[in-house]
Design a protein around this ligand. Structure first.
Ligand SMILES: *Cc1c(COP(=O)(O)O)cnc(C)c1O
Length: 452
């Protein structure tokens, strides 16, 4: 059919100005709104046009998607304490305060207040972290992956000594996009794989120690476990071989537990940095935002001489942390030194009576809604302690007229977003990972989604 002015759907496409007037107030910056409107209108034009109400819906949808992609606080009802998708560890109030203070002021970041000369970045942190890890020296980079890249580039990227000895049982993937062999190779080092997936012996290490061996890397299997016909030598035994060959032994711990993790009831022991160094590792690496409970960072601790060499490596300049991260990490490390608890550790400690009382408090405010109080199990997450489960209390939501997925989506798309997990045909919200100060917001959101 020939299109005439009257039935040409492209004619119904409104102008950008018309759409902006129609939209009214929008929580996004005006130029960004105008840009999204323009882009969406041209897409609609390419698709052949449409009716005004449908066009407006499409534009509102595009704006909502953009608004939702802004980083914002989320109520974490998944029961996963260190959730990488939710930014891992929430900071302690003291760390958040330190962050605010440093953020809006000039600081002595690289200024020595006693001499008035240029000073060392993170001098205090190096001392405090060394004490915490019982190490000669310590330094901080962007994350644990960066710590490994720096170490490998420095100690193992120059032929003829460019081989990194690593057990095949440790060539693993840790979280999204972090594969140990890929990180290793991107640094210019070459792998010298030894042993098998389930068994690597001390003799396998011994046989690999020849002229091209630059270092030994031991990667803690933080996010999975192997059982059965399994063997790997103790760190102390590997350390002896490394000392004899005069090459560094680097132990990538990942989680960086500073406490005895078996007390959480899962019988899983995470080696602490101090323990690994005491057994003879030359350097350990771990994340700032896993069991340490601080901001994203990678900590390297160990022999002073090796740490100094890494600090002088030009690559360190590209991997160093900014003042905000250093301020938050400094406050977090102070908490540990003062035997106080980071929020993730308080969450792990929360007892069932306390959680039940909170659940009751929320449910009583919402008497007519299909919400029950149930039991569930929280997880540590963040690739730490994969076997450990903490008994917990949850709100169990029945979908009432919608599908579970629809209910979950409605909860996610409001303000603040609430994320739960679907299990046993219920949407469960684990109170362990929800801060008590979020209970009121949560009750309001629940009322909102059920009465929508
Ligand atoms: C989590 C983890 C890493 C990566 O740490 P990021 O700080 O996320 O870079 C490396 N190694 C191990 C063993 C880990 O558990």
């Amino acid at each position: 059919m020939q299109s005439t002015p009257a039935n040409n759907p492209l004619r119904a496409i409104p102008s950008v100005d018309r759409v902006l007037r129609e939209l009214g107030d929008c929580p996004l910056p005006k130029p960004l709104v105008a840009h999204i409107v323009r882009e969406t209108l041209s897409q609609i034009r390419r698709d052949g046009g449409g009716e005004l109400p449908a066009i407006m819906d499409q534009i509102r949808d595009a704006l909502r998607q953009t608004a939702l992609s802004r980083i914002r606080p989320v109520i974490n009802g998944t029961g996963i304490i260190i959730h990488t998708n939710f930014g891992r560890s929430p900071l302690a109030p003291a760390a958040a305060e330190a962050l605010c203070q440093i953020a809006s002021s000039y600081t002595n970041l690289e200024f020595d207040l006693s001499t008035g000369q240029r000073g060392r970045r993170s001098g205090y942190l190096q001392a405090a972290l060394s004490l915490l890890c019982n190490a000669q020296g310590a330094m901080v980079v962007n994350n644990c992956a960066a710590a490994l890249v720096l170490i490998l580039r420095h100690f193992a990227a120059a032929p003829p000594r460019n081989k990194v000895i690593i057990s095949r049982g440790e060539l693993v993937q840790i979280g999204g996009g972090f594969r140990v062999p890929e990180i290793l190779e991107s640094s210019g080092a070459q792998l010298k794989e030894i042993g098998t997936t389930n068994r690597t012996t001390l003799d396998d290490y011994r046989k690999a120690m020849d002229g091209d061996a630059a270092m030994i890397l031991v990667v803690h299997r933080s996010n999975f476990f192997m059982e059965g016909f399994v063997e790997s030598p103790a760190i102390g035994q590997i350390a002896q071989l490394a000392r004899d060959a005069q090459i560094p032994l680097v132990h990538d711990l990942g989680s960086g537990a500073l406490f005895e993790t078996t007390q959480l009831g899962g019988q899983e022991h995470e080696p602490t940095p101090a323990e690994s160094l005491a057994h003879g590792a030359s350097l350990v690496t771990f994340s700032g935002d896993k069991l340490l409970g601080g901001p994203q960072a990678g900590i390297i601790a160990g022999q002073a001489e090796l740490v100094k060499r890494l600090e002088r490596d030009p690559l360190f300049r590209a991997l160093r942390c900014d003042k905000l991260v250093l301020a938050a990490l400094q406050a977090t490390v102070d908490l540990h030194l003062g035997s106080q608890k980071a929020p993730i550790l308080e969450m792990m400690d929360m007892n069932l009576e306390h959680l039940s009382a909170r659940a009751m408090g929320i449910v009583q405010q919402l008497p007519d809604l299909p919400i029950a109080i149930g039991h569930c199990q929280s997880q540590i997450g963040g690739g730490s302690l994969p076997k450990t489960r903490l008994p917990s209390v949850c709100l169990e939501l029945q979908p009432a007229g919608a599908s579970l997925e629809e209910l979950a989506q409605r909860l996610r798309m409001g303000e603040p977003p609430v994320v739960g997990r679907i299990e046993d045909d219920l949407l469960k919200l684990d109170l362990r990972t929800i801060f008590p100060h979020q209970d009121q917001d949560l009750a309001r959101r629940l009322a909102e989604v059920f009465f929508a």
